[in-house]
Design a protein around this ligand. Sequence first.
Ligand SMILES: [Ca+2]
Length: 298
Amino acid sequence: MIRQRGAFRLFSSLPGLLAGVGLTGFFALSPMNCFPEDLSKRTSSPLVQGQGMERGKGHRDKSDDLQAQLHEWKIVRVYPHDPTAFTQGLVFSEGRLFESTGIRAKSTLREVELETGRILKSRSLDPKYFGEGLTLWEDRLIQLTWQSGTGLVWNKDIFHLEKVFHYEGEGWGITHNGQHLIMSDGSATLRFLDPKTFEKARSVVVRDRGESVEQLNELEWINGEIVANIWGQDRIARISPASGQVLGWIDLSALRNALGPVQGPDALNGIAYDPERDRIFITGKLWPRLFEIQLCPQ
Ligand SMILES: [Ca+2]
């Protein structure tokens, strides 16, 4: 498990919380609390509650099963995020935050200053592309495009498009494990690709207690596990890369209460990890804030 390996720090500090931005409204909401606050008082699984779930498919009714593997979590810090960014991919490396945004004719690759949300560098994609997942392989940013079957390979420093490659089906999220690129396509299957040839090496079907988990979207590799958010649902899964088994769920629906004034925030989408400081960043499409979260002791 991630937490057992020490990947998540277990406690946050109030000064750290207060170092966030635009906190007035949100911090009336007991920032030190873990979410969900008390599962024993709930009458149904928190995984099927809250906003942002309306477009999700396959709502589950195995409340007891899901609660048994649900992780509590808390917000550590809050950062500003471009509310016009239709976030599709998020990557953090060596102090730098990279983001892929979608919508045809509006899609970008960008580098963003974490503390301020300021866009440091941005490259518009060809209008025919709908930007999707993003990962950093060595010194190249690899960006998927939704339905174009085309991957874009960028120099991470100057955002020069160095090459393109092609894949079958749709492209949603992408990350890597140091050996293979790992991509999602909206189904329950994750593909492992050779990072040099982009040929498929293997695939795995993600299942939770025997049932396939569809709509896997943005991905991140965190200490030996694949972490994925599910399109249209405010939750993320910890996934065994070997078996595809879901190891745990993190219900992030409470983040909706922390977004502040916002018009029409879309799906939670965007997971990045800072291995140097063991930080997990979460945002969403058209979300005005980006959050650092951590798991709580259980
Ligand atoms: Ca990511």
